[in-house]
Ligand binder design. Structure first.
Ligand code: GAL
Length: 792
């Protein structure tokens, strides 16, 4: 029977060693001990001369070696042993006891490597050479090393293929209150004789009760793998939806001669997902507007190393903002990321490539033909294998509603483009009849020679529009012309501008301009998208700031409403006000500490989903405003209403207020009543450090986020305090790093000292053993703060 064991601890690591380090007897005694996931780029501060360049976030790359000793004395003669790598960046050669057993080039894919024939059972050494030295090779921060989990898999000779079980809903029949599932199972016979195998699937609900069973049999020649299919019905299914992302467990058992020989457990959700040219995106047949965000995979402090705690917090913030969709830009994510999306009810666009055969320039205008490294290097020989792996690996995630075969692929404007598109789209259809396929196209209808060809767009199941308003002739019309010309076209905004900038910066000097105008571009797009059913929705660039795609002196790009430390910027409440209908939003900006600017006008902005807002300065009414967007009579409108609302066609409210120290107070009205009050006060100087940990108890190896703020004598958080903070830890824990979200702070994240930004700082601490831990934060001239927790 199968066992799957965590293979992530006890690795040794060395950077940039010459020669072959794979041999059993190789002296690795001076190497660094690491636990996976491990991204060696996070161990170095950004350097202006780093060959990864601005695209790669000025990160250190190079060639890394990993080694791990392990014994497997109990392996039976009939067993197969393999290692599953969820992701290694990049060009990984895998050795077992000095013998090369596998290779995987593409840094974002998963791979399984069979070790069986190289094992010596007593002491084995697995070694991995990771070559990230050919730079620049990524337009964003890639990380370096074995940055996702590794699992040791043991099976018998007759076993399920990796990612062999695929389950989806065939159809949902509301009138009969049933659903029919289609379950495929790909079984391999590694034994020397033919086998007649059976597979039994049991579907368990959230309480572990079996709600349906099905079975099939397959005839397998030696060395052959074969697919089986069953089509059971589930009565009274609890469907997976955005609001109730209900999950079932599918237990699939392979049986030979009446004996179970393998068993695989998959988490599945019951739902259908389709795109319609008139109705947009349909989940279980019902219209759902996609309010999505694009995300790169780095987690800020943790780099590319996937840590579920980091992503649970980040995705939780996005969910609370009202975001219901994620585009994995521009590569398959860690499988655990999709687990979180399944649990939280996100609608995911899962993407395979940023380039096909034509390489993009990683530093400048990427359509230039200058030589650059990248995944195009592997395209011709490995594209099919890579795509097939993603399709099978991610198939069972109900959150995945759309496959994307590429982002802004340069071939979109070349003669070969359609041919390659069809090649990839056909693979998707072959592997998965339940999902549609898109490619994120840019320069649609642009005048340049890089415009997407009509044939390219027309060949896609769903046309992905990147920056539909970017080209002059589309700035007002968005999708209208294409809708007119191609009425049966399915449309999704695969990438459009979000609202970013530096958190707490009201200077107006950043890319997003003055804070009172920052949301206007998105507002125009949203007013359009929300009132046209045929546009399925949007994925915006981006939900969270990310490392890379920058210029010196910065380490990343501030494109989102949340910074790399996971602190919301003001725009967070803008999105929340238009997207989250379950909570009242009433947010005022900027802060009210404008010493020396008394009497000068300050624009006070309010993001709200209240009907109207009254603003007071020191208890004097400044004015009352409300919304009128869209105009009377629109369908599925702002606040779902048909009502007439007041004064502005924008999705935010603004007052000009002459500055005087004191209190700004906003009262939010709904149905004739004040339902929310928000105040912003002039504060004193920061005198205390405050710190709050998200939990008091941790398991060893787990991370805890500690959020810092700085308060004045009256205990009020000071929004413009930016002290240098020191972190000291007593007990079995280590500081993984601190981050303020300031992308121009180029110091090492793991340094124990860091400057806050706009009143906030994050510390990420990992429990390394059992016992009491005390983490103390101090800043000059302030009372320090200690946070205690217990690790077990
Ligand atoms: C898009 C591209 C993204 C990112 C973004 C920057 O065109 O698809 O990967 O580069 O621009 O704003």
């Amino acid at each position: 029977m199968r066992t799957e064991t965590d293979f992530n601890s006890g690795w040794l690591f060395a950077l940039n060693l010459e020669g072959d380090c794979a041999g059993i007897g190789f002296d690795d005694s001076s190497w660094q001990t690491v636990t996976l996931p491990h991204d060696w780029s996070t161990e170095y501060a950004p350097r202006q001369d780093a060959p990864t360049g601005g695209g790669g976030g000025f990160a250190t790359a190079g060639v890394g070696w990993y080694r791990k000793r392990f014994s497997l004395t109990d392996v039976g003669a009939e067993e197969r042993v393999s290692l599953r790598f969820d992701g290694v960046y990049m060009d990984a050669t895998i050795y077992c006891n000095g013998k090369r057993v596998g290779w995987h080039g593409y840094g974002y894919g998963s791979v399984t490597v069979d070790l069986t024939d190289s094992l010596v059972f007593e002491e084995n050494v697995v070694a991995v050479r990771v070559d990230n030295s050919h730079q620049p090779n990524s337009r964003w921060y890639s990380g370096s090393g074995i940055y996702r989990r590794v699992t040791l898999v043991r099976t018998g000779q007759v076993h399920m293929e990796p990612w062999g079980v695929r389950c989806c809903a065939n159809g949902i029949y509301p009138t009969r209150n049933t659903t029919s599932l289609q379950i495929r199972a790909l079984i391999r016979n590694d034994s020397g004789s033919p086998v007649h195998a059976g597979v039994i699937h049991r579907l368990l609900d959230g309480e572990g009760q079996c709600v349906c069973t099905s079975g099939a049999s397959v005839w397998l020649e030696p060395g052959e793998a074969s697919d089986s299919m069953t089509r059971p019905n589930v009565a009274s299914p609890r469907l997976w939806t955005v609001e109730d992302p209900y999950l079932y467990t599918l237990v699939s058992t392979v049986v030979v001669d009446g004996e179970p020989v393998d068993e695989v457990t998959s988490r599945v959700g019951i739902r259908t997902a389709a795109f319609d040219c008139d109705r947009g995106f349909l989940l279980n047949g019902e219209r759902v507007k996609i309010k999505g965000m694009c995300l790169h995979q780095d987690g800020g402090i943790t780099g590319a190393a996937f840590r579920p705690e980091v992503w649970r917090r980040r995705l939780g913030l996005l969910r609370n903002m009202g975001c219901n969709g994620i585009r994995c830009a521009h590569n398959p994510p860690d499988p655990q990321f999709l687990d979180l999306c399944d649990e939280m009810g996100f609608l995911v666009m899962d993407e395979i490539f940023d380039e096909w055969m034509l390489s993009k320039n990683k530093t400048d205008n990427y359509y230039s033909q200058a030589f650059a490294y990248g995944s195009s290097r592997y395209f011709e020989r490995y594209a099919e294998e890579e795509l097939t792996t993603m399709l099978r690996r991610d198939f069972n995630h109900p959150s995945v509603i759309l496959w994307s075969i590429g982002n802004e692929i340069p071939e979109q404007s070349s003669l070969d483009g359609v041919k390659l598109l069809k090649f990839l789209q056909d693979i998707c259809h072959r592997e998965d009849a339940s999902r549609m396929v898109t490619s994120a196209c840019d320069n649609i209808a642009a005048v340049e020679d890089i415009r997407t060809l009509r044939e390219f767009e027309n060949a896609l199941d769903v046309v992905g529009y990147n920056y539909v308003g970017r080209w002059r002739e589309r700035a007002e019309t968005f999708y209208d012309e294409d809708r007119h010309e191609f009425p049966s076209r399915r449309m999704i905004g695969s990438e459009n501008p979000s609202v970013g900038g530096r958190r707490g910066d009201y200077s107006g000097r950043g890319f997003f301009g003055h804070y009172a105008d920052a949301t206007l571009q998105h507002e125009a797009l949203w007013r359009y998208t929300v009132s046209r059913d045929f546009v399925a929705g949007d994925y915006l660039w981006t939900g969270i700031d990310y490392l890379g795609e920058t210029r010196w002196p910065a380490r990343g790009a501030a494109c989102g409403p949340i910074d790399t430390a996971g602190f919301p910027k003001d725009a967070y409440w803008y999105f929340k006000s238009i997207w989250n209908k379950d909570e009242i939003t009433l947010h005022l900006l900027p802060h009210w500490n404008w010493r020396g600017q008394e009497g000068q006008f300050v624009e006070v902005v309010c993001y709200t989903n209240c009907e109207r807002v009254s603003l007071y300065i020191n208890d004097r009414l400044v004015g009352t405003k409300g919304f009128e967007c869209p105009r009377f009579g629109a369908v599925n409108a702002w606040n779902e209403g048909f009502g007439r609302f007041r004064t502005t066609n924008d999705l935010h409210l603004v007052w000009d207020v002459p500055y005087e120290p004191g209190t700004l107070r906003a009262e939010g009205w709904m149905n004739g009543q004040v339902v929310a009050v928000e105040t912003v006060e002039t504060t004193g100087r920061a005198v205390s450090v405050e710190a709050a940990a998200e939990r008091e108890k941790l398991r060893v190896g787990e991370l805890v986020h500690i959020e810092l703020s700085f308060t004045d004598e009256r205990g009020r958080p000071v929004p413009d305090a930016e002290p240098e903070v020191r972190c000291e830890i007593a007990g079995p824990a280590r500081l993984v790093g601190m981050d303020s979200g300031d992308l121009t702070d180029l110091s090492l994240y793991s340094s124990p000292q860091r400057k806050a930004l706009a009143g906030r700082l994050l510390a990420l601490v990992e429990a390394t053993g059992c016992g009491e831990v005390a983490v103390t934060f101090s800043a000059e001239g302030m009372r320090e703060k200690t946070v205690d927790f217990f690790a077990e």
